[in-house]
Structure formats: C-alpha cells, structure tokens
Design a protein around this ligand. Structure first.
Ligand SMILES: *[C@@H]1O[C@H](CO)[C@@H](O)[C@H](O)[C@H]1NC(C)=O
Ligand SMILES: *[C@@H]1O[C@H](CO)[C@@H](O)[C@H](O)[C@H]1NC(C)=O
Length: 316
C-alpha cells in the first residue's frame, strides 16, 4: 500500500524582507489570502496581522502589464476596506505572480528596460486604483545568475518609481495615509521547493527511492515514502489535517530537534506546522533579528489557532 504524504500546510516561512521599501513599519506579521481558498475576506481576523497579501495579480505575457483577472476584480477591489474594518491599521498588498504563473514571462519582463517599465508603471497604477497600500512580487524563481541580475535591476527601478510616484501622489491628495509610498515586499522563499530542506519537503523528495514496506516500519522524519496522498501539489490545509487526525485517531509527534510537527496513521504520514513548530519558528525569526514572518495561507488556519500562536509568540 502506498504511503500517503501531505507536504506543506499552513507553513509560516521565515523571511528576510531585505527589499522592503517602506516607512516606519518595523514588524511584519503577514498572511496571504487567495480567492481559490474559498475563504471569505470578511472572515479574516485581521487583528492578527500587520500585513495581508491579496493573491494574485497576473503579468500579461505580451504587454508585461500587471492585471487583475475579471473574475477576481470585485473581491480584490474591496479587499482593503473589508479587512480594515476589523483592523484599520492593517497594510494590504497586491501580490503579483504565484507558483502557478509563467516563469518565462517574469524572466523576459525583467530582461528588458521597456518591459520592466510596463510592469512597474502598471503595478503601481493597479495598486492605487484598487486601494492597496503595497505590492508584493512572488516570482518563483529567478533561476540563474542572469535572471538574478535582472531581478536586481527590476528592484532598483521599482523602488525608484515607487518613491517618485509617492511625491506626485502627495501633491494630488490630502489623504495622509495614502500619500505615503507604496510598500514593496519581496518574498524570499525558503522551504517550498521540493529540493530544499524541511521535513515535509525532504520526505516529498525521497519519493523515488521509497518502498512502502520501509515506510510502514518507519514513521519518523526523513523516512522513505511512496507517493503523495492528494491530487495536485499534495497539500492539505491545517484545518483539514486537524480533521484527519481526529477522524483517524492519528498519532501526533513534535520533534524538538527539527522543530517539526507530523502525524501518522497507518501508511499515511503528514508533515505540517502545528502550534509548537509555529512558535519555535517565529521565536527563531525574532531571535535572528528578522523583520517578521508570513504565512501561506490564512484560509488554511483552524479557528485562528496558528495565526494567534504566531502573533503571540512574536509579541509586541
Ligand atoms: C480575533 O483575534 C483576536 C485576538 O487578536 C481575538 O481576541 C478574537 O476573538 C478573534 N476573533 C475571532 C472571530 O476569532
Ligand atoms: C527528531 O528527528 C531527528 C531527525 O531530524 C532524529 O534524529 C531524532 O531521533 C528525532 N527525535 C525524536 C525524539 O524523535
């Protein structure tokens, strides 16, 4: 029988927000929302976040302009006013790209001055016209040194454009909050790629060397495994995993050495973040002097257990 793996859940990634173009904000407690989660924006407990990312805007492969698909337009447009009802100071960012977007489009866009300008100018316009206070780029990933260099050029130009736009914007409005520069947050991913470390990913990576028998007799970390248990990327939400544990009487384990939670039942092994690993990771981020953390994605939490744990662990 196949070992089922559900890698990656409500993961809080520790992020060094180096290219964070902002004023006066010192901590990031971030969470992503996306329409496909089926989770209503109005149900987000925005008091648990300093920043909320609305995902995703797209980059047009011909014009390199940033767009919001028509099916998302109404929800995206209302995102900021909706989440600010519960937390007026929460910052909202329009997130561009995502794991499902075409990496070649990003690579080509960043390689030419004219297409970078299209991208940059349209991103700023789109953020302003949809009431976002910032922009976030999720390009997964620049894949070689040329692309990394172009990415650097893009950031430099983007930053300059944001600063210039803020000056012009200030002259055109008396709205104090919106006259500040848009934030630009770039996420430096750790742990999502199947080739990187982290218990769920490492197990995911060992699929090809797996034998079901070995898996059955070893349900610790880095055990061989055989296939994933869900269609698509094989992931499940924290809320779904909690349900799985209670319905199947699965055994929960927290490994303090790896700072990792997992559970197993029969031949199914699930690596995920629970309250213990979340608090361990957030405490680590704070101790390392990072600017904060963010989570993909808020709709996968279970009654705000992980978001609250992260929020409280970081403290004020
Ligand atoms: C939202 O989070 C706050 C803590 O900041 C908590 O007091 C409140 O009960 C939460 N609301 C919901 C609906 O979970
Ligand atoms: C925790 O995981 C490590 C592998 O990272 C393993 O060597 C160790 O035995 C585990 N500890 C416990 C208590 O299971």
């Amino acid at each position: 029988m196949a070992i089922k793996i559900f890698p990656l859940i409500f993961s809080i990634f520790l992020v060094s927000f180096q290219p964070y173009f902002s004023i006066g904000q010192t901590v990031v407690k971030g969470g992503y929302w996306f329409p496909g989660s089926g989770f209503a924006v109005s149900d987000i407990n925005s008091t648990l976040f300093t920043h909320l990312f609305c995902a995703f805007a797209d980059v047009n492969g011909q014009t390199y302009q940033v767009t919001i698909s028509s099916s998302n337009q109404a929800q995206f447009q209302a995102f900021t006013t909706t989440v600010q009802k519960k937390n007026p100071s929460v910052k909202t960012l329009l997130s561009i790209g995502g794991g499902g977007s075409d990496v070649n489009t990003f690579a080509t866009m960043a390689s030419q001055s004219s297409s970078r300008k299209s991208f940059i100018d349209s991103s700023i316009k789109l953020a302003r016209s949809n009431n976002f206070l910032g922009l976030d780029l999720d390009w997964e990933y620049p894949s070689d040194s040329t692309q990394m260099n172009n990415f650097g050029t893009l950031l430099t130009e983007w930053r300059a454009a944001v600063v210039t736009e803020a000056k012009e914007f200030r002259q055109a409005t008396i709205d104090v909050i919106r006259s500040s520069s848009l934030l630009v947050i770039l996420l430096l991913f750790l742990g999502w790629s199947p080739t990187s470390t982290g218990p769920p990913a490492a197990l995911y990576d060992s699929v090809n060397q797996a034998s079901g028998d070995k898996g059955v007799s070893n349900h610790g970390l880095f055990a061989p495994a055989n296939g994933q248990g869900l269609a698509g990327d094989g992931s499940a939400g924290y809320n779904q995993i909690k349900q799985y544990i209670s319905q199947n009487g699965a055994t929960k384990v927290f490994n303090n050495t790896a700072v990792a939670d997992y559970c197993y039942s029969g031949t199914t092994w699930i690596g995920y973040d629970d309250t213990q690993s979340i608090s361990g990771k957030v405490a680590y981020a704070k101790a390392k002097g990072l600017l904060g953390y963010f989570a993909w994605h808020v709709g996968a939490d279970d009654n705000w257990a992980l978001s609250s744990k992260a929020f409280q662990t970081w403290g004020a």
